[in-house]
Each structure stands twice: as structure tokens, then as C-alpha cells.
Write a protein that binds this ligand. Structure first.
Ligand SMILES: *[C@@H]1O[C@H](CO)[C@@H](O)[C@H](O)[C@H]1NC(C)=O
Ligand SMILES: *[C@@H]1O[C@H](CO)[C@@H](O)[C@H](O)[C@H]1NC(C)=O
Ligand SMILES: *[C@@H]1O[C@H](CO)[C@@H](O)[C@H](O)[C@H]1NC(C)=O
Ligand SMILES: *[C@@H]1O[C@H](CO)[C@@H](O)[C@H](O)[C@H]1NC(C)=O
Ligand SMILES: *[C@@H]1O[C@H](CO)[C@@H](O)[C@H](O)[C@H]1NC(C)=O
Length: 386
């Protein structure tokens, strides 16, 4: 009887161990310090330039300035068939080649959409099938073809995220999920469509491996990284619907200060540490930012989830330092990266917030649409020892 009780208690751990272990230490302890530079080419194509205020306002590529500030990785979003080509395959190959040549690691963020995909919208690419089986086969082929195109272009991808902020699933409506539909049971909300589509996307990565694409780290990215309830129930439901934990390598989360006061450092710490103990997989904060300017000019000023940190350039530095510290302190050394979202987007400075400006360059619009971005000292957020 005692033995039986012991066995039952130990079972979940025993069952979880093999797949967790198979992933655990394959990726070393490299710490990714990334900037998402997806819009950079669009800006440059219309003449925008960047000036390095630490070098007498010398004009330099944005990535050189950010690289001096400690960036070692560039994150890029990829859309399936975007209207103007922006964020499409060719657009990405061009940027990726350029950044790789300069020694940066690359992280490709699949949106599985022709435009923005986030928790509020995950629109199906135009012309993709609207029934599950054909859609799964299309997404599989798309992932494979995309990764093989990177391989053929001589580009290595360190990280690949299958979907962007997929709290509510991806490829709507078939891949839609809502963990809150029946709050008492993680299994109640229907993850079966998403599970099918995720497994298909993951199979596309394996197909690419067979075609010579070299080993990458496959990530799942869910927003609200501070919400441990969401994260645990979400991954629980995915696994309960037949996605083995071996089907992803890295847990990625977003963490923003201005979408709700629960996004505290304590909540982030608790959430990441809990996930690390449960899944024993590398974790990264893959999107964050902090306003340099928030003066209520266009919208009511949203309260920061860490109100002691001012909305200012210094505040940007304090926020990111703290996020890095929290990630680096995740148990078992599983905290592996922090990425700042679109620090150079000179003509979209609010970055989806109600604040004026969360980027790392002071824009000068006097020559619009050609804009000049003067580096703020927050470009150094990833510098060691600051
Ligand atoms: C750089 O440009 C900014 C903005 O025009 C200006 O305030 C600053 O004085 C310039 N710095 C140098 C060293 O020229
Ligand atoms: C869950 O979704 C799948 C695929 O979309 C569907 O076939 C199935 O009937 C749904 N199950 C429930 C219980 O709603
Ligand atoms: C955290 O996530 C759960 C599950 O989605 C949700 O029910 C809850 O409201 C969230 N917490 C907050 C403070 O938003
Ligand atoms: C920024 O400029 C580019 C190029 O002119 C344009 O395509 C894009 O829509 C602009 N973004 C905003 C937010 O104005
Ligand atoms: C500016 O960024 C937000 C996301 O933060 C996006 O929703 C919006 O479409 C962008 N604007 C343009 C013109 O790209």
C-alpha cells in the first residue's frame, strides 16, 4: 500500500522526465540579448537614418549602435504573403543575411499570417485552406519551405518561434483557444485544433532538418509572461491535447509594463521560476519595452506595472536591467534571454502602447518621411556590467 501510494505520487514526475531531460542541456548557457529590428528595412528604404550620439552624431546602421550596446541577437517577424512584401520571406532573407554577416544570432518569429498576429487577432493567410487537415498540411509545408529557404541563403537560425503570442491560439478560427472558457478545468477549453496545427508546424521543422536545415531551438511564445496561472494552464492544455513536451525547446513570454498593473517583477519571477521547475526548459522574455516618454498627449497615461520606475530613458534602463536579473536568476540556469521589441521604429514610437515613445532613439521628424534617430543612452541596455 505504501509502495503503491509512493508510485502514484511519483508518476507525474517520472512521466515528465524523459522528454524534459532530452531537451534540457542541449543549448548551453548562452544568454540571448536581442532587439527586434523587423521594421528597420522599411525605414531605411524610405531614407531614415540613425546617428550615434556617443560618436559625435556619426551616421551608423542601427544594428551597429545597438551592437555596441550589447545586442548579440536580432529578432525578425515573418509574414506569409504580405501586401507590400514587408516582413515577407525575401525581406527577411535580406535582413537576416546582413545581420548574420555582422555576427549576430538570429531568431525568426513566425506569425502564420499575412499581417499582425497577436492575442487579439490571428488571421489566416489569404488562400490557405479552411479545414483542419489541409490547413495542417499547408502550415507544415510552409514551415519547411521557409526554413529551407534560409538554409539555401546560408543563414543559420538560432531560434524559431512557431506562432506569435499564441495565448488565443493561431490560424483562426480553427486554431483558436481560450483557457478561460471553463475556468475549472484546463482540459475544458478546446485545444485540439491548435494541437493539430502546432504539431504540423513542428513537423515542418523536422522536414527542414531532413532537407539539411541545421538544428535550431523551437519556441512557443505566449504573452502575459507574468501570469503563472495562464502559462501553466495553457501548456497543460496543450500537452493534454497530445503535444508532447519534447515538441518545443524554449518557452518564450512577453512582458510589458503598460497593459495592466499585474505585470510586476514579482509575478514575472514567480511565473518563470514555476515554469522552469515544471518543464525544465530554457525560458526567455522575448518581447518587452519601456516608455521613454509618456505625457498623456494623445491618450490617458497608463499606469506602469512597476510605478516606482519613471517613464524616461533612465526608466528604460532600470526596467530592462531588472528583467535581465530576473531571467538570469531562473532556477537551473534556464533563463536564457531577453529581447527588446522594435527599439528603432522611428515612425511608430508608441509600440502599441498608449504612451508616446518606447523606442531607444530620439526621432527628429523635421525632414519627414525621412527621419533621423539619435541614439539614447538606453541603447546600452545590454552592455555587461552597466
Ligand atoms: C547631436 O545631435 C543632437 C540633436 O540634433 C544635438 O542636440 C547634439 O548637440 C549633437 N551632438 C553633437 C556632439 O554634435
Ligand atoms: C474541438 O475542436 C475540434 C477541431 O476544431 C473539433 O473537431 C471538436 O469537435 C471540438 N471538440 C469539442 C468538445 O468542442
Ligand atoms: C491570468 O490568466 C488567467 C487564465 O487565463 C485568467 O483567468 C486571469 O484573469 C489572469 N489574471 C489576471 C490578473 O489577468
Ligand atoms: C513608416 O514609414 C514606412 C515607410 O514610409 C511606412 O510604410 C509605414 O507605414 C510608416 N509607419 C507608420 C506607423 O507611419
Ligand atoms: C505600429 O505598431 C503597432 C504594434 O505595436 C501595430 O499594431 C501598427 O500596425 C504599427 N503601425 C504601422 C503603420 O505599421
Amino acid at each position: 500500500m505504501r509502495f503503491f501510494t509512493f508510485l502514484c505520487a511519483a508518476l507525474p514526475l517520472v512521466a515528465a522526465a524523459p522528454s524534459s531531460n532530452s531537451n534540457q542541456d542541449n543549448f548551453g548557457s548562452y544568454f540571448y540579448k536581442g532587439h527586434d529590428l523587423s521594421s528597420l528595412k522599411t525605414l531605411e528604404d524610405t531614407g531614415s537614418i540613425f546617428k550615434d550620439t556617443a560618436r559625435n552624431n556619426k551616421t551608423r546602421p542601427a544594428e551597429d549602435i545597438l551592437g555596441d550596446g550589447g545586442m548579440n541577437t536580432v529578432r525578425l517577424r515573418i509574414w506569409v504573403n504580405p501586401e507590400s512584401g514587408t516582413n515577407g520571406l525575401q525581406y527577411n532573407l535580406e535582413l537576416a543575411k546582413r545581420f548574420q554577416k555582422k555576427g549576430y544570432k538570429l531568431y525568426l518569429d513566425f506569425h502564420f499570417s499575412d499581417s499582425w498576429a497577436d492575442p487579439q487577432k490571428q488571421p489566416l493567410p489569404a488562400g490557405w485552406p479552411t479545414t483542419l487537415k489541409p490547413l495542417a498540411s499547408t502550415v507544415r509545408g510552409y514551415v519547411k519551405d521557409t526554413l529551407v529557404a534560409f538554409k539555401k541563403a546560408g543563414i543559420k537560425l538560432d531560434l524559431v518561434s512557431l506562432g506569435n503570442e499564441i495565448r488565443h491560439g493561431m490560424l483562426w478560427p480553427l486554431g483558436y483557444v481560450d483557457i478561460d472558457i471553463q475556468p475549472d478545468s484546463a482540459l475544458a477549453s478546446n485545444f485540439s485544433g491548435l494541437a493539430t496545427l502546432y504539431k504540423a508546424a513542428r513537423a515542418g521543422v523536422d522536414d527542414a532538418y531532413r532537407a539539411g536545415f541545421s538544428k535550431t531551438q523551437v519556441m512557443i511564445h505566449v504573452d502575459n509572461g507574468w501570469n503563472v496561472t495562464l502559462q501553466q494552464r495553457w501548456y497543460g492544455a496543450l500537452v493534454a491535447n497530445g503535444v508532447p513536451t519534447s515538441a518545443w525547446d524554449v518557452i518564450g513570454v512577453s512582458f510589458y509594463p503598460f497593459y495592466g498593473t499585474s505585470a510586476t517583477f514579482d509575478n514575472l519571477k514567480n511565473s518563470l521560476n514555476t515554469l522552469a521547475r515544471q518543464y525544465r526548459k530554457p525560458l526567455q522574455v522575448v518581447e518587452t519595452d519601456y516608455p521613454a516618454i509618456c505625457n498623456g498627449q494623445w491618450n490617458p497615461i497608463p499606469e506602469s506595472s512597476e510605478p516606482s520606475i519613471p517613464y524616461s530613458v533612465d526608466g528604460q534602463l532600470i526596467w530592462v536591467k531588472k528583467v535581465i536579473d530576473i531571467v538570469k536568476a531562473v532556477p537551473y540556469g534556464l533563463g536564457r534571454g531577453v529581447h527588446y521589441w522594435e527599439p528603432a521604429w522611428l515612425n511608430n514610437t508608441s509600440l502599441g502602447s498608449d504612451c508616446n515613445d518606447a523606442i531607444l532613439f530620439q526621432p527628429d521628424y523635421s525632414g519627414w518621411p525621412v527621419t533621423v534617430g539619435y541614439s539614447r543612452k538606453s541603447v546600452n541596455m545590454f552592455k555587461e556590467g552597466r
